[in-house]
Design a protein. Structure first.
Length: 296
């Protein structure tokens, strides 16, 4: 299946203390250009993520980002209700005993009670970065799978466009062959007439030499090889589009070969009709090359 270099995927995950969003996107590029925007305090996260991407993606300008959010209440002090009840009972006993001895005491405020040992549990100062790294990396395979699906969907549409352009090139090549055949009859007649005029106008002319020169002109204007190569390139392009694995670079090279043959065809055309077909070929080839730039 053809994959585009354009793709996007996002995956969400969470633990009791953390939630996160993975984001993976790409556009076309000559090679593989990875840009990672990850929390630098999670040791080992970036090399593991980079290795996973390099194993699965061959081309494109790829950006991977991770946004981490700590869950509400995580890392904050928690109320120990049992300890609070015990503390309140003790405070009441103190107040009652003070009243029996005619001692004036001030009621404790909520903040003062909360500050007493055991009422609130202290927050954890340390984050288990290893466990968090394992948790977020567990979602990376799912993210890459969604990313591939996005690229393949884009690639399927791209393959249809390129397939139609290959069909158009094939049709124009067939038209060029017909035009070249029709041109051959006209050229033969023109060369024969030219030879007759030369022989009539000049005395002592080497007829054999003139015939050789005219034959050489005919060979130079022959486009049979160009048409044969264009047909071969059409077959190669179809095989690449329907093949497996990354093939963008091969298609890109093939477009150069297509363009070379179209240029030569135009230079040898020798007729307005064949020149027009050659120019149409160059236009379609150029359009196809733009699409091929997006193939992985």
């Amino acid at each position: 299946m053809t994959r585009s270099m354009t793709g996007y995927a996002t995956v969400r995950g969470q633990t009791a203390d953390w939630s996160w969003v993975w984001d993976l996107r790409s556009v076309n590029g000559r090679g593989l250009d990875l840009r990672l925007r990850l929390p630098d305090w999670i040791e080992g996260l970036e090399p593991a993520a980079r290795a996973a991407l390099q194993a699965e993606i061959s081309r494109g300008s790829v950006t991977l980002s991770l946004k981490l959010t700590r869950s509400e209440g995580a890392g904050t002090a928690t109320l120990d209700r049992a300890a609070l009840r015990r503390t309140v009972v003790i405070l009441r006993e103190i107040e009652d005993l003070a009243a029996e001895n005619e001692l004036a005491v001030r009621h404790a405020t909520a903040a003062e009670i909360a500050a007493l040992p055991g009422v609130l549990s202290a927050p954890a100062d340390e984050v288990d970065a290893g466990a968090l790294r394992t948790a977020v990396l567990a979602d990376l395979d799912r993210l890459i799978a969604a990313f591939h699906a996005s690229r393949e969907a884009e690639g399927a549409a791209l393959a249809k466009v390129i397939g139609a352009q290959i069909d158009r090139i094939e049709a124009l090549t067939a038209q060029a062959a017909d035009s070249a055949e029709a041109r051959a009859e006209a050229q033969r007649a023109a060369l024969t007439a030219a030879l007759a005029r030369i022989l009539d106008a000049a005395e002592g002319v080497d007829e054999g030499r003139i015939a050789q020169e005219l034959a050489l002109l005919a060979v130079k204007s022959d486009v049979t090889e160009e048409l044969d190569r264009l047909r071969a390139h059409v077959g190669a392009a179809r095989a690449l589009v329907t093949g497996q694995g990354p093939r963008g670079r091969k298609l890109d090279f093939l477009m150069q070969e297509f363009n070379r043959e179209a240029n030569t065809l135009c230079s040898k055309a020798g007729s307005a009709a064949l020149t027009a077909i050659g120019l149409d070929l160059k236009t379609v080839i150029d359009q196809m090359r733009e699409q091929v730039q997006n193939v992985e």
